[in-house]
Design a protein around this ligand. Structure first.
Ligand SMILES: Cc1cc2nc3c(=O)[nH]c(=O)nc-3n(C[C@H](O)[C@H](O)[C@H](O)COP(=O)(O)OP(=O)(O)OC[C@H]3O[C@@H](n4cnc5c(N)ncnc54)[C@H](O)[C@@H]3O)c2cc1C
Length: 372
């Protein structure tokens, strides 16, 4: 289809890669982002070869690699700190690393700059006040009183998507897993040049983000989903490491001191078994399949969604065909990521059988290496 006018709701990872992918197909794109400051929190994420391949498809690979820290192995440590495995990870783009650790702010800058340069119109502090799909188009009234008519609306508005609530009011909502994750940026120690995963009763990882920066993450059982007071975040994070015995982790623990810099998230998930669209409105990313981070693939799935949706919109004869083909191409892969990630989570907190993390990670690398 040609000359579609598309509204993307949400200027996060999936919304911005959608804008880039849709502009590359020649569509007119408006993006609205609810947060007037368009801010993202300060820790980072891990991305694997399929994301590096996707960034190449989007034409932004060198900017992306330049903003992160590439690496080609996963190191497994036992709780004492001894490294017991140095597992090579598959490269999907020749001449580039097989994984990247990247700060969320750095990734946001790369995607935001490229989305703007692509010609997408990005408005901040704006959301949808009203949306009416009359079959021939979608009339949107925005929260700032302006309005527009679109051929397609894409809900890339995350786990608590209001677009999902508008078009699929009966869809299941996010579910809490019983686990939370604690994260904190630290000065990178020279030995941390790959993802370092520590085995043991608490999940600990170190992820390089740049020559000078890395972050630590710790997963912890949080069965009652507590709300931690802000002024106790650093001390609570340190307490989660009370059972750590690795000298390196114990030394890093003492550097977790600033409450404002602690990022704690209860882990939730959602997967829509049913429709991913209604009429001219379609969902992608966390709005339709939010995963726990155990395989580091949530953002990767959102980015791949955006590429596939843009391809299908460009080549299908009707929107219904495009949306159906998009969901068909994405369904099994996203469901696998959500379920395999949850299985690791449930094994860690004792609500399911223990999953061997290394084997699950190798299987994930095999699955995501398949073309999208
Ligand atoms: C603890 C944790 C660790 C993670 N680690 C990794 C990792 O290592 N690797 C990885 O690949 N993934 C990771 N993820 C997953 C990843 O963060 C998400 O999958 C990804 O951000 C999804 O992108 P999205 O664009 O769908 O949603 P989001 O990134 O949530 O973006 C949604 C955007 O929409 C905006 N918005 C919301 N509602 C509205 C509205 N009504 N109107 C306008 N705008 C709106 C929001 O402000 C936001 O900017 C992790 C997730 C968590 C919770």
């Amino acid at each position: 289809m040609k000359a579609l006018k598309i509204l993307v709701v949400g200027g996060g990872i999936g919304g911005l890669t959608s804008a880039i992918a849709l502009r590359r197909e020649g569509f007119a794109v408006d993006v609205i982002e609810r947060d007037p400051t368009w801010s993202v929190y300060g820790v980072g994420i891990i991305q694997q070869g399929n994301v590096i391949r996707a960034m190449k498809d989007l034409g932004i690979l060198d900017d992306y690699i330049g903003a992160g820290f590439g690496f080609d192995h996963v190191d497994v440590h036992i709780p004492t700190g001894q490294r017991v495995a140095h597992i090579p990870t598959p490269k999907l783009v020749e001449g580039y690393p097989s994984n990247v650790g990247i700060g969320r702010k750095a990734l946001h800058k790369v995607l935001g700059d490229r989305a703007k340069a692509s010609g997408a119109d990005i408005r901040l502090g704006v959301t949808i006040a009203d949306l009416t799909d009359d079959g021939a188009g979608v009339d949107v009234v925005f929260s700032d009183g302006t309005s527009g008519r679109y051929d397609v609306v894409i809900g890339a508005d995350g786990l608590y998507s209001t677009t999902r609530a508008q078009i699929l009011p009966d869809a299941p909502g996010p579910k809490f897993t019983g686990q939370g994750v604690w994260r904190y940026n630290l000065e990178r120690t020279p030995g941390v040049t790959d993802l370092c995963a520590y085995e043991g009763p608490i999940g600990i990882g170190l992820v390089p983000l740049s020559d000078s920066l890395m972050y630590i993450f710790v997963t912890s059982p949080e069965p009652d989903n507590p709300r931690y007071p802000h002024d106790a975040l650093a001390s609570t994070f340190r307490s989660k490491l009370d059972r750590a015995i690795s000298p390196e982790i114990l030394a890093l623990k003492e550097q977790i001191t600033v409450d404002d810099d602690v990022v704690y998230k209860p882990l939730e998930w959602i997967f829509l078994e049913g429709d991913w669209h209604r009429g001219r409105v379609v969902l992608l990313g966390d709005a339709v399949h939010a995963t726990t981070p155990h395989l580091g693939q949530g953002a990767g799935m959102a980015i791949e969604d955006s590429i596939v949706l843009a391809q299908e919109l460009a080549r299908a004869d009707s929107l219904e065909d495009a949306f159906t083909a998009y969901r068909t191409r994405r369904y099994d892969r996203c469901k696998y990521i959500v379920e395999a990630s949850r299985a690791i989570c449930e094994g860690q907190i004792g609500t399911g059988p223990i999953v061997e993390n290394a084997r699950a990670t190798q299987e994930m690398f095999r699955v995501v290496a398949q073309p999208i």
